[in-house]
Design a protein around this ligand. Structure first.
Ligand code: 2HG
Ligand code: ZN
Length: 437
């Protein structure tokens, strides 16, 4: 009965739990936390369980606190352009709700049907349209959260200008369930951009592709997404899903580009592409069906790669100028440290965020992770771009965060959760491990 809550989506992280608790209101969450606190029971908060870093499953035998039943979804506040949603509302539901009221929730990700408001706040999810609208933190105007001892913090007034001290919504966003349990949030909406144009650009090499991503950002204000993938990924998607490339021949890599506005951004995209060097071929979607087909080539990567066995997911950001060489260097590095393993690259080129997936490596063999993430840090990148630290990246956090920063992290954790019951071992070492280390 609890299996679906104890194993992560990839199958790489598998735990056990004495109980899955599914509260249906903030008051019930508060009561659960009160009891757990009283008895010193460790708790893993969980949303849609679409996380990829082992941050939402009970790897230390914790109680799972599933927030999926927190289904509050208020009417859109038209004057403010905001909405209050419970932690268990999915991103797709939130998007549909906003759209039905003439607005748009701009954070979008492949896991939209399962990923929840609470989970995307806990991980500060970025997604496909971050270049234009920012990530989850930028959408938050208020938060309701339950502290480890059951007290409820509620700041859902949604005032855009509100300089009354520490920004707790921002702090809890990205805290991965280690500081408090997010039960609801007030979120910023954007006016819709009904005119959309989507194109797939083909390149013979990664260098011009990344240069094009940067150039399009500068020259096309309507740009919403610039997604990168390689021929290998496209071939796997084609082989396993039957989807076809719109091109008659194979290229080295591709950018899926989307622009949107209130008027047709097609001509602007066309002239921006004409001014871009290195574009070997272009396919423009002429209908919604074609548009969905192009997106499928990119969005299906996660699923098809998973059929090869649980991948090691290295979600990293690089300084823009390092991206192209990184792809080649990491392919070689992986061959060197794990012969026979395979590295797959795709991601959000506009944000400098690459998803390096490595298959053919045992789930608990960290050789590849160590080699690649050390290189990332050496190049001035981030070892976690948008998936969070969880347990998978915890051993590498020191590569990006100084001892001073980590000691402030620990002080913040102690202030929110003095007994250390919220998601122990995620983001920061569990208290026992810290004492041993
Ligand atoms: C995406 O961009 C998600 O599709 C998942 O962040 C990335 O599967 C991955 O590594
Ligand atoms: Zn991503």
């Amino acid at each position: 009965m609890t299996a679906g809550y104890a194993v992560d989506w990839t199958g790489r992280f598998s735990g056990t739990t004495p109980a899955v608790v599914r509260p249906g209101s903030t008051t019930e969450v508060s009561r659960v936390m009160e009891i757990c606190c009283e008895h010193g029971l460790a708790v893993v908060p969980q949303g849609g369980n679409t996380g990829l870093v082992g941050g939402g499953v009970p790897l230390g035998g914790e109680v799972v606190l599933s927030l999926r039943r927190l289904r509050r979804l208020d009417a859109v506040e038209q004057a403010a352009g905001q909405v209050t949603a419970g932690a268990g509302v999915t991103i797709a539901e939130l998007q549909d709700h906003a759209e039905a009221s003439g607005w748009r929730y701009a954070v979008d990700l492949g896991a939209r049907e399962s990923a929840t408001v609470g989970g995307t706040i806990a991980t500060n999810a970025g997604g496909l349209r971050m270049i234009r609208y920012g990530g989850t933190r930028q959408q938050l105007t208020g938060i309701e959260a339950v502290l480890a001892d059951g007290r409820v913090l509620s700041h859902l007034g949604g005032l855009v200008k509100d300089n009354t001290g520490y920004d707790l919504a921002s702090l809890l966003c990205g805290s991965e369930g280690t500081l408090a349990v997010v039960s609801a949030a007030r979120l910023r909406l954007h006016p819709p951009s009904p005119e959309v144009v989507t194109a797939l650009l083909a390149f013979s090499d990664t260098s011009p592709a990344f240069a094009a991503a940067a150039g399009l950002r500068r020259t096309l204000p309507e740009l919403e997404a610039v997604e990168f993938f390689l021929h290998g990924g496209l071939a796997l998607v084609s082989e396993l899903t039957g989807a076809k490339s719109p091109f008659s021949k194979a290229f080295d890599c591709y950018l899926l580009v989307e622009a949107a506005g209130v008027t047709d951004p097609g001509p602007a995209l066309e002239s921006a592409i004409a001014r871009t060097t290195g574009v070997a071929d272009v396919a423009v979607a002429l209908s919604d069906t074609q548009r969905r087909r192009l997106w499928h080539l990119r969005e299906a990567h996660t699923e098809v790669i998973n059929t090869l066995g649980p991948p090691h997911k290295l979600d990293v950001t690089l300084p823009h100028e390092a991206l192209a060489a990184f792809v080649g260097d990491v392919s070689e590095l992986v061959q060197e440290v794990a012969p026979g393993a395979e590295a797959w690259f795709f991601g959000h080129a506009g944000d400098g965020n690459l998803h390096v997936n490595v298959t053919g490596v045992e789930p608990y063999d960290d050789t590849v992770d160590t080699a690649v993430l050390s290189l990332v840090a050496h190049l001035g990148g981030s070892i976690s771009a948008e998936h969070g630290v969880g347990r998978a990246k915890l051993p590498y956090l020191h590569l990006n965060r100084s001892p001073g920063e980590l000691s402030v992290f620990r002080a913040i954790k102690a202030a929110f959760d003095p007994r250390g019951i919220l998601n122990p071992g995620v983001l920061l070492p569990a208290p026992d491990a810290a004492a041993e280390g």
